[in-house]
Each structure stands twice: as C-alpha cells, then as structure tokens.
Write a protein that binds this ligand. Structure first.
Ligand code: SF4
Ligand code: SF4
Length: 303
C-alpha cells in the first residue's frame, strides 16, 4: 500500500510533550488497545473506531442532533440533551451537525503525510532539547503497519523515535517495529499473570517475554503505572525492580495513578470501572522509589 493511501486512526497529537521520553516531543496517540486497564485515564483510546463524546455544558439545545439521528437515540428536553447509547450505531452524524462541539468525534483517520506534517513542524524544538516523536496510544502495535511506516518516515527525517507500548503483540510484529525505534517505553502493570488479568483483562506471559526480548535489542525504559491497592505493595515493587534488573532496562519510570481521566467515561456514556479506595501519598511514592533505587536502578517519577 502506498503511503498516501495508508491511514491510521488517531485520537490525539500532543505537541510540546515532556512526559513521553527525553526532551520536547510530539506524541501521536493511536486509537485501539487490546487491554482494558480498569484505571485507564484515556478511555477514548480503547476502542478501535471513532466514537462520540459529549460536553453537556456546551449544549444550546438547538435540536439539530435530535433531528438528524437515524436511530432516534437523542432526546432534547428542558433538562438538556440525552443520548440513548444502546440505540446509537456511532454513525457520527450528530457530531457533524452540532454547532457548538457539545457532541464531538474522538478518532480521526489520518495519512502518514498528514501526521508527518504535524510532527515535522517542531523539529527545531526536538533538536534543541534532545526530543523527538513518541508513538503512544491506546496500543500503537494494534495498528502496527501504519506505525511501522510512520516510524520509518520519522527516521528518514532524522527524528528521534520512541514507542510507548503495553507489549501485548506478537514478537514478529514488535521486532519489525523495533528496527526503527530509538527508545521503547515498555509498560509493566503487574508481575503476577492472574493479577494482570484482573487489572487489564489479559495475562502477562506474552508481555514479559516481549519485555525481555525488547530490552535486549533496544534502549528501554520500564514504565510502571502505580495503582493504589493493585500493584503498590513493597513486595510487588521489589519484583518489578528485579525484572528491570534482570532484563537490563535503562531506567524505571513510576507513573502514579490519577483520576484526571474519570470525567471522560461520562462523556463516552460509560461507567468508570476502577473503584479506588486508597490514595497514593507523596511519602508512599517516595518510599517505593527508594526501594527501586536501593536495588541499583535509576528511577524517575512521571516520565
Ligand atoms: S452517532 Fe449515535 S446518537 Fe449520533 S446520530 Fe448517529 S446513531 Fe444517533
Ligand atoms: S446539536 Fe449540539 S448544541 Fe444542538 S442540541 Fe445537539 S448537542 Fe446540543
């Protein structure tokens, strides 16, 4: 397939990012993920198709969405606009006619050229800061053919490339992508496979195997989302550090749990699946950071 024809489904392109690898970066967020992490802060990243998101405060009750909906899924009343999500077929027509952005589309099909135009505009910032382009998600490997081509184009432009992955993909695919990736941000959520399944919907055998093979080939940062009550015990953090030591990653990045994505579930008409009863204090995070440091590893919080 020619580059011009190849399209990827992207839900965000974030410029001037300082949290997804070294320096100032542009992060391309691919839509679609094989995992369903209960704490996911980007629920719009999970489904591999465009979706509608609602912003109730922007609704002026003009009725355009109600008129156009072929499924009669929308009703307007004094209380506002309601969408019966079970009737919705995601035709996206309501978002197309909404004049205020009270219904918007998450997910856009873009060509390699369109993405390159956006990521190429900040070259000077990348050069001055040691930054580059990070492909994230969702899970970028769920659209690996597009991502592979995008990484190749970035390398041809002399850009530093990073891939943020959960590692849940066949090795022969990951291996191809690694050839054009300077840095891997490899997410490890839990060392125990049944706990991993509880938290994400999938076991971790493939992931741990891929982590080992990846770190042997490419510069790797192990990313550890720290989830209260799920993977934040001293014992488990030690196990993560042991893995990091064994597979020889460059550093461990602790990503503390936050609830910034909670409101997005409502905008997607979904229920927030993570029932969090515990908090992560700075003291707790620092204590766990120390455990990893004391095992001779470099560790950072937040990137
Ligand atoms: S996306 Fe759903 S709610 Fe909107 S017009 Fe189509 S069917 Fe109706
Ligand atoms: S088209 Fe937009 S602004 Fe008008 S009623 Fe529907 S959601 Fe509200």
């Amino acid at each position: 397939m020619k580059n011009q024809e190849q399209k990827g489904l992207i839900f965000n392109i974030q410029r001037f990012s300082i949290h997804d690898g070294p320096g100032i970066r542009t992060t391309v967020f691919m839509k679609g993920c094989p995992l369903r992490c209960r704490w996911c802060s980007n629920p719009e990243s999970q489904n591999p198709y465009p979706e509608i998101m609602t912003y109730d405060v922007k609704c002026i009750r003009c009725g355009k969405c109600e008129q156009i909906c072929p499924m009669n899924a929308i009703t307007i009343s004094q209380k506002g606009r309601k969408i019966a999500r079970t009737q919705c077929t995601l035709c996206l027509k309501c978002a197309e006619v909404c004049p205020t952005g009270a219904i918007s589309i998450s997910g856009k099909y873009m060509t390699i050229e369109e993405v390159m135009k956006e990521v190429g505009s900040d070259k000077l910032f990348y050069q001055n800061s040691g930054g580059g382009v990070t492909i994230s998600g969702g899970e970028p490997l769920s659209q690996w053919e597009f991502v592979l081509q995008l990484l190749k184009e970035c390398k041809q432009e002399g850009l530093h490339t990073a891939l943020d992955t959960c590692g849940y993909a066949p090795w022969h695919i990951l291996e191809k992508v690694l050839e054009h990736t300077d840095l891997i941000l490899f997410d490890i959520k839990h060392i125990n496979s049944s706990q991993h399944r509880k938290g994400t919907g999938k076991g971790n055998r493939l992931i741990l195997d891929n982590a080992k093979r990846t770190a042997a080939k490419v510069r790797t940062w192990l990313r550890f989302p720290l989830i209260p009550g799920y993977n934040d015990s001293d014992e488990h953090v030690r196990e993560v550090a042991e893995l990091a030591t064994k597979i020889r990653v460059e550093k461990v990045s602790i990503l503390p749990y936050h609830e910034w994505g909670k409101a997005k579930y409502e905008k997607l008409g979904r229920r927030y699946p993570f029932k969090n009863t515990q908090t992560l204090s700075d003291w707790h995070i620092q204590k766990l950071q120390k455990i990893i440091e004391n095992m001779g590893l470099k560790v950072t919080v937040g990137n």
